[in-house]
Design a protein around this ligand. Structure first.
Ligand SMILES: [Zn+2]
Length: 403
């Protein structure tokens, strides 16, 4: 029988080996021992247990290192099923994947934010039930449910503390869904999950220090430091959209004025266009929205800017400068290797990227500029969902390494 300490060491070693397979499979037992520094006997014992548990397979394959067949290890796609959920301001999305994060099923439904909290949560529950049914049809054991929400999340309690756009406060989602689904439940802020998703599956794969910025209705941030999400004391860290950049600026949804998101979000672009139209009427734009400026959307402004409309282009360019100067401050605080931009900004990438880069690199203190790069996410609307899958895997593959 193992003592408590031995049991803990064994769990840590299991996580180390699983994570090694995630990053380097196909790989031999000997190489796992080499890279991890664990002795070969330990690696073999644990690998045998992981094979028995159905998480790892071993078979003869061509070794990419030596170029001839060898007996190599990998994670089993059918090692389990993972469910990712995103509750947005006007939609619910659910993704079902296997153990190596390959999509089995995904769905997205529109919701009306004025619906009751009970009704929205019950619709999410029905979609999760559907995902669980499909997992059992594929004979996959569900490993956990990751949930992303737009708001402040108390990560340790699994409680959604505040979701201003949904007008929800203190929703103990983990407790509710633990009782209902009898599975591990992980609740996180959507931008944090998007950052984690990029770290696992995207452009930020294995970049240990990066900042993820995402614009939607607000401006959210995810901070990855030393390969872990930076949570702060409660889990509230990362609300970079509410850094006050103009003490006499525009009113923000949070109740203060001049927050960064009032300068750079899609809403800020629209406000700029509308203001400018009052001074410089642009017949094309006025005709397009039949004189009703509320018909203009961010997507339209980006499209017209890319087609050569000067007024739209200038509005996006002005926002790009504000984005760049704000990023400079963040770089000085966190010293990241990468600033990754996602959400609605992706559509305007061709206009934003050169201006953001120029603003950053001509303003940041020189030592910070070495190795610093700016990139745009290529995951589109699914970045948070993949992060919701990643957080379940993260707990199995890596959490023990850190605790
Ligand atoms: Zn604010």
């Amino acid at each position: 029988m193992l003592t408590g300490d031995q049991e803990k060491v064994r769990k840590i070693n299991k996580s180390i080996i699983l994570n090694m397979l995630r990053l380097h499979a196909p790989i031999s037992r000997a190489r796992v021992a080499n890279i991890t520094g664990l002795n070969r006997g330990t690696v073999s014992n644990i690998v045998n247990v992981l094979i028995e548990e159905g998480l790892v397979f071993e078979g003869e394959q061509k070794d990419p290192g030596i170029g001839r067949p060898a007996v190599l290890l990998g994670l089993r796609p059918d090692g389990g099923a993972v469910i990712g959920v995103e509750i947005g301001v006007d939609f619910i999305a659910v993704l079902l994947t296997n153990f190596v994060a390959e999509t089995i099923w995904d769905t997205r439904i529109q919701i009306d934010p004025s619906q009751s909290q009970t009704s929205i949560i019950s619709q999410a529950e029905q979609l999760i039930e559907q995902a669980l049914f499909l997992a059992s049809e594929h004979q996959l054991r569900p490993l956990g449910i990751g949930v992303g929400v737009a708001g402040l999340v108390h990560v340790q309690q699994g409680t959604l503390i505040m979701a201003p756009n949904l007008h929800w406060t203190n929703v103990p989602l983990r407790l509710m869904w633990n009782q209902r689904f009898h599975l591990p439940i992980y609740i996180e802020n959507e931008a944090n999950l998007a950052a984690l998703g990029e770290y696992y599956f995207g452009i930020a794969r294995n970049v240990d220090n990066f900042i993820y910025l995402s614009a939607g209705i607000g401006l959210g941030g995810g901070i990855m430091m030393g390969g872990k999400l930076f949570h702060g004391g409660h889990g509230y860290a990362g609300e970079i959209g509410h850094i006050q950049r103009d003490p006499v600026g525009e009113q923000c949804g949070c109740g203060r004025v001049g927050c960064w998101e009032t300068q750079v979000g899609p809403r800020a672009v629209l406000n700029r266009v509308k203001k400018e139209l009052q001074n410089h009427p642009d017949q094309f734009l006025l005709d397009t929205c039949s004189g009703d400026l509320d018909q203009l959307t961010f997507e339209m402004v980006v499209k017209f800017a890319l087609e050569g409309n000067t007024l739209c282009r200038q509005a996006i360019e002005a926002v790009a400068v504000h984005l760049g100067t704000g990023i400079v401050d963040i770089v000085h605080v966190f010293d990241p290797e990468l600033v990754l931009i996602g959400g609605a900004f992706i559509q305007a990438r061709d206009i934003l990227q050169p201006i953001i880069e120029k603003t950053i690199f001509s303003n940041v203190l020189q030592p910070y500029a070495d190795r610093l790069r700016v990139a745009f996410s290529d995951r589109g609307a699914n970045d948070c969902l993949f992060g919701a899958v990643a957080i379940v895997l993260d707990d199995i593959l890596r959490e023990m390494v850190i605790s």
